[in-house]
Design a protein around this ligand. Sequence first.
Ligand code: MRU
Length: 353
Amino acid sequence: MPASHTDAIAWGPGGSVRLLDQTALPAEARWLTIASVEAMTEAIRSLRVRGAPLIGIAAAMGLAAEASRLAGEARPPQPSCQGWPTAEWLEAACRRLAAARPTAVNLRHTIERMRRAGLEAMRSGATGPALAQRLRTEAQAIWDEDAAMCQAIGECGQELIAPGARILTHCNAGMLATGGIGTALGAVYVAHQRGKAVSVIATETRPLGQGARLTAWELARAGIPCRVIVDGAAAWMMARHEVDLVIVGADRIAANGDVANKIGTYGLALLANCHRLPFYVAAPRSTFDPASPTGEAIPIEERRASEITGGPQGMNAWNPAFDVTPAALVTAIVTDRGVLRPPFGPAIAALGI
Ligand code: MRU
């Protein structure tokens, strides 16, 4: 792990969760303390915490935090409760968190895992603090596994990066988006550690600026050269031969290798293909969705018009947060289990997810 590692999440006092509020970056490193499912749902919806793997981890930790709080309360709300927190509470909390953002499949995967862990613990008689502890242990395991998968992605991904490479990335797929060193940026960090003298071109990532605000911030802290460009400059930069490869993260990868990621990713894939540049996607196994046969099945989040127009002036806008890049435009998918090459269908099936 780089000496400058930035955790975007931590456990807080009394089983609460501490979150680095990413909407305040880079101006301010503001930490929030969250102890309820309602507050965690709001933090996920408003992108205070974001990035597919980190959303999943945050939701799991938020669930455990609320369980701790409820378990610490003197009495269950109804005398008939068999144990508090209850199964009804768990089901409702899981539904609420899972609905916070629709595209990143990691959220659904981790919530389902937490739900099963909670129900299983209840069946074996755990209530109150014991149940809360079981949920916290599961959330910590999800976090630890993600950190390990990021490291493995970094090791595999760096093999695709030549010394001196100028790497274009979109959005933020680094330490601020995962529980570890990141996915796309994980490969960059490991290449940097191996002395490859890489540099990064971060697309601004309209409309919320994850590239300009977050990728540039975390790379500066790690001492990796990074230049921010407006999204519209990518084509011209490639035409000037100033980009060697593109690597991005993913919010969901369908069974055939179609990739949902931040809006603008599809355009970058088209540009990379046009300029004969490799277009890589880096993602852990938790981002693959065997239930989506192709990208058409992936729900695409649409966000408020005001994120583009800047206010409630009645201006019309369409604001999809993600797009789908067809598998045919992807050179390789870097996973924690190795680098997948086309045809992706059989390669993904062989991951056994
Ligand atoms: O809307 P965001 O900021 O949550 O979108 C994040 C992305 O699109 C990332 O590229 C993706 O989640 C991969 S993060 C490792």
